[in-house]
Design a protein around this ligand. Structure first.
Ligand SMILES: Nc1ncnc2c1ncn2[C@@H]1O[C@H](COP(=O)(O)OP(=O)(O)OP(=O)(O)O)[C@@H](O)[C@H]1O
Length: 231
């Protein structure tokens, strides 16, 4: 039986109007639409980087505000466009969150780097000496260190070249599959949307104009807005 991960009821926030969305456990949802349509605002509601002006959000059948915010953000981990790592080594960065909770074992470092397909010797590397793609892998490893159920991705590959984009997509695809994660991703890259997503939400001027299977949305758009966005 499917389990609801998120449900939004008549949510309004800034430009977003009357957002009604349900996301089931294990779904891979792509949020897309023109610049300024409210995609980042919507993504930020999933881990309380922003809160609604009106309406209700439930996370796993409980009001989202009933969760302790750090717990919520461990369960719904965000990876941003530009990796925000702090100065220090790869190990310093990935053990930070779990260490705070007394939940770090020495072997975890190796395991986390294996998840994002980086060699173990990277644990002692200075993060400032890594390439953009490597930093994004470390950022992903750091999010995974908190054992999230949901991955929130805000254009995670938009700063990378095509080859690196494909490598990160491989890593994401495998991780999501292996850990049965729910994924909610904002992307401008429609090839990526097709590859990684199963559902799609098309936003225009703060409203959901179409939602459903991503392939249907991209191949048979019904609204003129989506048709012209894709043209
Ligand atoms: N904190 C804020 N206060 C006021 N307005 C905001 C705030 N954040 C975003 N906005 C406005 O809300 C609208 C939607 O912004 P948002 O960043 O969610 O869009 P987006 O679809 O993610 O855009 P992009 O694709 O350009 O990143 C924009 O008009 C933006 O200027």
């Amino acid at each position: 039986m499917s389990q609801s991960m998120y449900s939004f009821h008549n949510v309004h926030k800034g430009i977003l109007q009357n957002i009604n969305v349900t996301i089931e456990k294990g779904e891979k949802v792509i949020i897309f639409g023109p610049s300024g349509s409210g995609k980042s605002t919507l993504l930020h509601l999933f881990n309380r980087l922003q809160d609604p002006d009106e309406g209700k959000i439930h996370f796993k059948d409980n009001p989202i505000q009933s969760y302790h915010i750090p717990d919520l953000r461990n369960q719904a981990g965000l990876v941003m466009q530009a990796p925000h790592l702090f100065p220090g080594t790869v190990l310093d960065n990935i053990k930070y969150g779990p260490s705070l909770r007394g939940d770090w074992r020495e072997q975890d470092g190796e395991e986390l780097l294996a998840y994002v397909q980086l060699p173990t010797e990277y644990l002692s590397r200075d993060v400032n000496h890594l390439s953009g793609g490597e930093q994004q892998r470390v950022s992903l490893a750091r999010t995974l260190a908190n054992k999230p159920e949901v991955l929130l991705l805000d254009e995670p590959t938009s700063a990378l070249d095509q080859h690196t984009i494909e490598e990160i997509e491989d890593v994401l695809e495998e991780l999501i599959h292996e850990h049965q994660l729910t994924m909610i991703m904002v992307t401008h890259n429609l090839k990526q949307a097709k590859r990684l997503g199963d559902k799609g939400i098309f936003l225009s001027e703060g409203e959901i104009l179409e939602s459903g299977l991503i392939l249907d949305l991209l191949e048979t758009p019904t609204t003129t807005s989506l048709q012209s966005f894709l043209a």
